[in-house]
Ligand binder design. Structure first.
Ligand code: FO1
Length: 312
C-alpha cells in the first residue's frame, strides 16, 4: 500500500473518489471514521462507510451526498405513519445494506469483513477499513446536555451549542490492525487526511492512542486538506463547531488543531494569503482548488495531494 487516506463522510468521500481514479486498488487504502455508527431500529448503521461505498461505486445520492441515488422512502414514511421513530431517513434501497450488515455482524463477522463484502458486492475493488472493528462512539456535549452523535447531527440538526466532543471507547479499543501495519510499512509514501470535519470525523480516529502513536511514528509524510474555505465549511457544521469551541473559523485553526501530525497542508486558492502565515519550519503549505464540484475537481485535487506528498 503506497498511500493511506483518512476520511469521514461526504467531503472526504469526494477526494477518496478522486484518489480511487488515479491510484490502483493495491496503491491506496481508505481508513474510515466509525464514530458516527449507531444502532437504530435494531440495525447497525455505518454512515461514513456507506457514504464512501456509495460514492466510490457511483451510487451516491447527488443531492444529499449520503444515502443512495434513485431512492424511495416507503419504509420510513410508513414507519412515521405508524408512530415510529422516523427522524433518521433510511431509504428503501439503503435499508438493504443495514439489514445485511446487521445480520452478518450478528453471525460474528467483523465490521471489516462486512465492509469488504458490501464493497465487493457493489463492484468496488479498493479497500476500506473501518477505523476499528470495535465500538468507538462519538458523543457531543452541548449547553443543554449530552447527545449520541446522530441525535446531535441529524435529529437536532447540529443546533445545540457544542462544548466538548467525546469518543467513548477510544482509549480502550484498538485501531484496525491493517491500518497500523500500513502505517508501519516502510513502503508507505504518504497519508492524506481528506477534507472531512476534523472534530467530528477525524478526531475519533486520532482519539485512539495506538492510531495517534502509529501516525506520529510513521515515516511517510502526512498531508491534510482544509475543510474550511474562506472561513466557511463547504458542507456541515465545521465552522459552527469551531466558533462554539472558541476557535477562529479559518483554515489556520484546523492546521493548528492537527498540530505536529502534519507535514503538509493544502488550503483553498481563495485562502492563498493565509498560507505563509500557517506555514512554519515543519509544515509546508500550498494552495489549490479544494472545492470539488465535478469529478475532474476530485481527480485534480487527488493529483495535487499526491504530488505535494512527494515534495515533503
Ligand atoms: N444525514 C442527515 O442529515 N439526515 C438523515 O436523515 C440522514 C440519514 C442517513 C441514513 C443513512 C446514512 O448512511 C447516512 C445518513 N445521513 C443522514 C448522513 C449521516 O448521518 C451524516 O452525514 C454522517 O454521520 C456525518 O458524516
Amino acid at each position: 500500500m503506497r498511500y493511506l487516506a483518512i476520511t469521514g463522510g461526504v467531503g472526504g468521500a469526494k477526494l477518496a473518489l478522486g484518489l480511487s481514479r488515479v491510484l490502483e486498488p493495491s496503491e491506496v487504502g481508505f481508513v474510515v471514521n466509525t464514530g458516527d455508527d449507531f444502532e437504530h431500529l435494531g440495525l447497525h448503521v455505518s454512515p461514513d462507510l456507506d457514504t464512501l461505498m456509495y460514492t466510490l461505486s457511483g451510487l451516491s445520492n447527488p443531492d444529499t451526498g449520503w444515502g443512495r441515488v434513485n431512492e424511495s422512502w416507503h419504509f420510513i414514511e410508513t414507519l412515521r405513519d405508524l408512530g415510529g421513530e422516523s427522524w433518521f431517513n433510511l431509504g428503501d434501497r439503503d435499508l438493504a445494506v443495514h439489514v445485511l450488515r446487521s445480520g452478518w455482524l450478528r453471525e460474528g463477522l467483523g465490521l471489516d469483513a462486512v465492509t469488504a463484502r458490501l464493497f465487493r458486492a457493489v463492484g468496488i475493488e479498493h479497500t476500506a477499513w473501518p477505523m476499528s472493528n470495535d465500538r468507538v462512539a462519538t458523543r457531543v456535549v452541548c449547553d443543554d446536555g449530552e447527545y449520541a452523535f446522530q441525535h446531535y447531527f441529524v435529529r437536532e440538526r447540529c443546533a445545540p451549542r457544542v462544548r466538548r466532543i467525546l469518543f467513548d471507547g477510544a482509549t480502550r479499543e484498538c485501531p484496525h490492525p491493517a491500518v497500523l501495519d500500513a502505517l508501519a510499512d516502510p513502503g508507505l509514501e504518504g497519508v492524506i487526511i481528506c477534507p472531512s470535519n476534523p472534530f467530528l470525523s477525524v478526531d475519533p480516529l486520532l482519539a485512539m492512542p495506538a492510531m495517534r502513536e502509529a501516525l506520529d511514528a510513521c515515516r511517510a509524510p502526512v498531508v491534510a486538506i482544509s475543510p474550511i474555505v474562506g472561513g466557511e465549511a463547504i458542507k456541515g457544521p465545521t465552522a459552527k463547531i469551531m466558533d462554539e469551541l472558541g476557535l477562529p473559523q479559518d483554515a489556520g485553526a484546523v492546521a493548528r488543531h492537527y498540530g505536529a501530525l502534519l507535514d503538509g497542508y493544502i488550503v483553498d486558492a481563495c485562502d492563498r494569503a493565509l498560507a505563509p502565515r500557517i506555514a512554519h519550519e515543519k509544515l509546508a503549505v500550498i494552495d489549490a482548488q479544494t472545492v470539488m464540484r465535478t469529478l475532474d475537481d476530485r481527480i485534480n485535487l487527488a493529483h495535487t495531494a499526491l504530488n505535494f506528498l512527494h515534495t515533503l
